[in-house]
Design a protein around this ligand. Sequence first.
Ligand code: FAD
Length: 487
Amino acid sequence: MMTADVIIVGAGVTGAAIARELSRYKLSVLVLEKEAEPAFGVSKSNSGIIHAGTQNPPNSLKGWLAVEGNRLIREELAADLGLDFARCGQLIVVFDPADLPELEKIKKDGEALGVRGLEIVDRAWLDANEPNLGPEVKAALLAPSAGIISPYRFVYALVENAVKNGAVLKTSRKVTAIRRPAAGGFEVVAGGEVFRARFLVNAAGLYADEISALAGAPAFKITPRKGEEYLLDKKRGHISNRILFPLPSGTSKGILIIKTSDGNPMIGPTARDTADKEDLSTSDEGLAEVLAGARRMIPSLSKSDIIAYFSGLRPVSGKDFIIRHEDGAPGLVNAAGIQSPGLTSAPAIAVMVADILKKHGLGLEPRENFHRLRPRPVHLFQVPPEETRRLIAKNPAYGDIVCRCELVSAQEIRDALKRGARTLDGVKFRTRAQAGRCHGGFCTTRILKIMREELGFPVTALTKRGPGSELIKDERKWPSEELDRSS
Ligand SMILES: Cc1cc2nc3c(=O)[nH]c(=O)nc-3n(C[C@H](O)[C@H](O)[C@H](O)COP(=O)(O)OP(=O)(O)OC[C@H]3O[C@@H](n4cnc5c(N)ncnc54)[C@H](O)[C@@H]3O)c2cc1C
């Protein structure tokens, strides 16, 4: 039976950030994840915004944690972990001068939370700085500290750095039972194995209510709130210079025009409660709502700009995050109900969870050889031509382009596999290979071949996103020469 000081359930951004934070200390930390790779839950399907912290009540936990998470990402993690983060700023626009008092209130609430640099800007400022805005927009609140990030690459960076500092990640380990032995602590059954720890951190996203109940803590309920997002062609990449928001509604920040760290603009998300934690469908109504909301801000947007779409489910429990020690199950810390802005808040949630664990008896003695830095992986699509030439001269595999849509080389795919990718989606999220206009039509067979070489698995064991998503059922029907010919 494997024993750790702390077991974390869930390798989304919350669990990954907690693992990285705890790996600063002389502790054994074990992360159990039910999927084949980290970042396959809510953390892969979101808007990728590192919010400034506005649009939250001043007395809310999520407001404070978003402001602090934004600061930690901007001032520390982006450089330390080589993150794809860009501080582009955000605008909350109003369509009616009568809404200006509402904008003033958001500014005042944001300032109470510690958001810096907030400024109300008029139409003349908008004409000079956001020339594509439609005539309906009258004024806006500028929040310069907001930014964008690659959400999955954020999670991979956190996990890689935690593992470098001694944390252990076990994937394909669905937690199915939790026992509390009389001597204290927890025995966690996952993937047919039993793991033991004094402390248990629940960062299970949509399933955090079920994990909390398994551990014997008082019940709460997670309701999924679906958000449909529509990704636009890169040719519309300059449609806005900042992230554009309307005034928030009671349940969401509204339909946004989002810059993404990979260059495609995105529009969305919707916000509809659903009963099904696995329902990631999109709908005609969602598309119509998103297009209408986005076109009110930028009328030149059209349906034909859309190249891909997806849904994500926010894990909602009431109006705020639930981050607390459960006295009813001593040693359990819940990090649950991590709806938006959970991606932004994750580093601050991690610090808060470490503090809670310390208050309940976990010794936090700093590790002398903590590796704070993680080298930034190479992404050719971000590298200037002279640097690309230098890379190819050193290693010709950088000149062997596998994904032509997104300019991803064989070396980047090999690097991704060495850093932990085990599935086609894991390769896609780390490198962007298969994420372009052809959706992998051109490069999938070549990627499979590289995976087979690097991982040493038969091609029938390679999957899109874990067991049940195998691509090739019978190797004889896809002879290896065919894979070789495609290279
Ligand atoms: C449409 C949409 C847009 C959003 N936009 C933003 C944004 O722009 N900015 C922002 O800050 N936030 C945003 N969010 C919120 C943000 O995505 C979430 O708050 C965050 O990703 C939650 O991360 P998590 O780690 O708590 O959950 P998850 O990423 O879901 O991680 C939980 C993990 O636990 C695993 N797990 C579950 N059950 C078990 C089990 N029994 N055993 C083992 N493992 C288990 C899951 O597989 C999963 O990997 C958005 C959310 C949505 C849906």
